[in-house]
Design a binder for this molecule. Structure first.
Ligand code: BEZ
Length: 235
C-alpha cells in the first residue's frame, strides 16, 4: 500500500513481485526458484473451510496434468504453517469428495500471517474481506512475467479446467505466434495475428493455403491437436 492509502496491484505484463516465504514444503524464493517453469500462484481465504477444501482436492488431483505442461502450483493463505499442516493432514486422512480420497497436497502452501505477500499481489480486497485473501490466480511464465490474473470472490470455487486451458493456450500462443479464440481448446482453429490493414489478409491468404479469413481483420488457421500437445507437453 502506498502513502495515499492506495493499493498497488500487479498487472498483466509486470514482473511477478519477489518474496521469500515459509511453506508446507520448506522455504521458497519466489518467483526466482521457478525460473524454468510456468507457475500458478493462487490464494485461498482460509484453511478448514469447505470451498477451499474442494478446491485443494481438485487442484491436487490435477497436479500431474499441470506438471506435464511444465506448470507448478503454489498456494497461499493468511493462515499459519501449523494450521496449513493440520488442514492438509485432515484432507488426506478424512475427506472423501466426488470420488477423491487420500488426497495428498504436494505443492507448497505459503503461510502469510503478516499478509505481506497477499498485499503485494492485491489479494486482500477489503470490500470482500479485510482479514482473508480473495481467490486470486496469477499465471506466471518462465521469465517471471505475469501473463494472466483472475480474481474470484470468497463464495465462488474456481474452475480448474479453465486454469489448465489458460496454461495450454498461453504456451500455444507463444510457441506458434498466434492468438486463441473464444473457448479455444487444442485442435480448434487458432487466430493468425491481425493483418493490420485492408488488403493484407488476402495477400497473406495467397501465401498460406490453410488460412481462412472471415474478414480482413479476422483470419484463422488449423493447428492439429497432436501438434499442440507434442509441442507443449513433456514427453
Ligand atoms: C470456503 O472456502 O468455504 C469459504 C472461505 C471463506 C469464506 C467463505 C467460504
Amino acid at each position: 500500500m502506498n502513502i495515499d492509502n492506495q493499493v498497488s496491484m500487479p498487472r498483466i505484463g509486470d514482473k511477478a513481485p519477489s518474496f521469500k516465504a515459509v511453506t508446507t514444503q520448506g522455504e521458497i524464493n519466489f518467483p526466482e526458484q521457478y525460473a524454468d517453469s510456468w507457475v500458478i500462484l493462487f490464494s485461498h481465504p482460509a484453511d478448514f473451510t469447505p470451498v477451499c477444501t474442494s478446491e485443494f482436492m481438485t487442484f491436487a488431483s490435477l497436479e500431474q496434468q499441470f506438471e506435464k505442461a511444465n506448470c507448478k502450483l503454489v498456494g497461499l493463505s493468511v493462515d499459519g504453517l501449523y494450521s496449513h499442516i493440520a488442514w492438509l493432514r485432515t484432507i488426506k486422512e478424512k475427506i472423501e469428495y466426488k470420488g477423491m480420497k487420500n488426497v495428498e497436497i504436494k505443492f507448497p502452501l505459503i503461510e502469510d500471517i503478516t499478509m505481506e505477500v497477499a498485499h503485494k499481489y492485491g489479494m486482500i480486497q477489503p470490500g470482500e474481506s479485510s482479514t482473508k485473501a480473495v481467490r486470486a490466480v496469477f499465471v506466471i511464465d518462465p521469465k517471471g512475467i505475469i501473463r494472466a490474473i483472475i480474481y474470484y470472490p470468497l463464495s465462488l470455487g474456481r474452475n480448474f479446467d479453465e486454469l489448465y486451458r489458460i496454461i495450454v493456450a498461453l504456451q500455444t500462443a507463444d510457441a506458434f505466434a498466434i492468438a486463441t479464440p473464444a473457448d479455444w481448446r487444442p485442435g480448434d482453429d487458432v487466430i493468425v495475428p491481425p493483418a493490420g490493414s485492408c488488403g493484407v489478409a488476402s495477400e497473406r491468404m495467397a501465401g498460406q493455403q490453410d488460412m481462412t479469413c472471415h474478414d480482413w481483420f479476422f483470419c484463422t488457421k488449423p493447428i492439429a491437436k497432436e501438434t499442440v500437445l507434442n509441442t507443449i507437453l513433456k514427453k
